[in-house]
Design a protein around this ligand. Structure first.
Ligand SMILES: C[S@@+](CC[C@H](N)C(=O)[O-])C[C@H]1O[C@@H](n2cnc3c(N)ncnc32)[C@H](O)[C@@H]1O
Length: 350
């Protein structure tokens, strides 16, 4: 377990003073942006590029995490920016889930066999021809027409298609920026060198994860809420071409899971009145970071169009924070400070 303590010795001064600082504080101070335009720099720890990923928001999100945390549960893994930071920088255990089976197969292989995944990726040359071949094979697998039985090959094809595509997106179009030898080599070396031994990934819908980890701390990054006065008109996820994973997302069920959850949580959402109303009992923070593509926003500035200015946009997101544990007496089972005296017998997800 990570004690959350970092030790700083100043031998240069000849003094052997010991200072104790939490690994969270050490990480956040390293992540501070030198320009001051944003509070924190982008965190580049994840090997997976991900549309709607939280790499720019990692610092702001982790700021809200409790001190002395042992384990993080994440039901919406996606590109895993926050989760990877928690494993690599904070030394936390991470149990992460997503409903998208191909994504989870990639993460499982990334965690367990990064060297074999690298070898498989070395077999692919980053050209438009390879891109088309991989995309066709992956599409046949996705449609159930011809399955890729080898999990390492499936992970490599998913990763290649995803990381060398525009957006990036699942079964999307090729990105000529990423389909270059040097760039590709850098990408796949990151796959080889990313060690995530404290992390496990599983394929599950979020409600099962809430049942299994009823007392844990959760970080949740669900699909956007697209109704009412939401400024987003579509989801921005890599399955954008195949919107099944965000189109009919059950936001009310997630609300009920979170409200009934006994542990603490941090939840990121797009800012709109329904979400503010549903979560009004919790701490709500307005946070801003930048996205570099027109990720589903309806508001396109007149000046931006006229002056042909690039497509960098501010996010319109909020963080919703529950910073207390519930002491619950339910069915004569007493839960004290996140530790169950008697536990419910949940189905094992791994
Ligand atoms: C906003 S993305 C997460 C992005 C991630 N935090 C990152 O930094 O890259 C939302 C994720 O939720 C997943 N998802 C959608 N519906 C789900 C469900 N019912 N249960 C679990 N995951 C789901 C999608 O596949 C997608 O990867």
């Amino acid at each position: 377990m990570n004690s959350g303590q970092g030790r700083l010795f100043d031998f240069a001064q000849g003094a052997s003073f010991l200072e104790s600082e939490s690994s969270k504080a050490v990480f956040l101070s390293r992540l501070k942006s030198p320009t001051g335009k944003t509070k924190y720099k982008r965190y580049m720890g994840s090997p997976l590029r991900y549309a709607g990923g939280k790499s720019l928001a990692v610092g702001l999100i982790i700021e809200q995490f409790p001190e002395n945390l042992n384990r993080l549960i994440s039901p919406f893994l996606g590109g895993g920016a926050v989760e990877i930071a928690c494993v690599k920088e904070l030394g936390l255990k991470v149990r992460a889930f997503d409903i998208f089976d191909l994504l989870i197969n990639y993460w499982q292989i990334q965690i367990l066999k990064p060297h074999l995944l690298f070898k498989e990726l070395l077999k692919l040359t980053p050209t438009p021809e390879t891109f088309i071949k991989v995309k066709k094979t992956l599409k046949k697998h996705w449609l159930g027409e011809k399955l890729i039985d080898d999990k390492i090959k499936l992970a490599a094809y998913y990763y290649f298609n995803h990381n060398t595509s525009y957006g990036p997106g699942f079964l999307s179009w090729p990105s000529y920026v990423y389909l270059q030898d040097k760039r590709y080599q850098t990408l796949i070396e990151k796959v080889r060198d990313t060690q995530l031994s404290n992390m496990k990934a599983g394929c599950a819908s979020f409600e099962k994860v809430f049942k299994r980890y009823a007392d844990d701390f959760f970080y949740c990054d669900p699909p956007y809420f697209l109704e009412g006065d939401s400024k987003m008109f579509k989801g921005i996820y890599p399955q954008r071409n195949f919107p099944i994973h965000h189109k009919n997302f059950d936001h009310k069920l997630l609300r009920d899971c979170l409200i009934n959850h006994r542990g603490k949580f941090v939840l990121s959402y797009n800012d709109c009145s329904t979400i503010r109303e549903w979560y009004r009992g919790y701490k709500i923070l307005e946070v801003g970071w930048q996205y570099t593509m027109g990720q589903g926003e309806t508001r396109i500035g007149f000046n931006r169009i006229n002056k042909n200015i690039n497509h960098v946009k501010q996010s319109h997101e909020i963080l919703i924070v529950k910073d207390w544990d519930d002491k619950v007496v339910a069915n004569k089972k007493v839960f004290i400070y996140g530790k169950a005296i008697k536990r419910f017998n949940h189905r094992k997800l791994y």
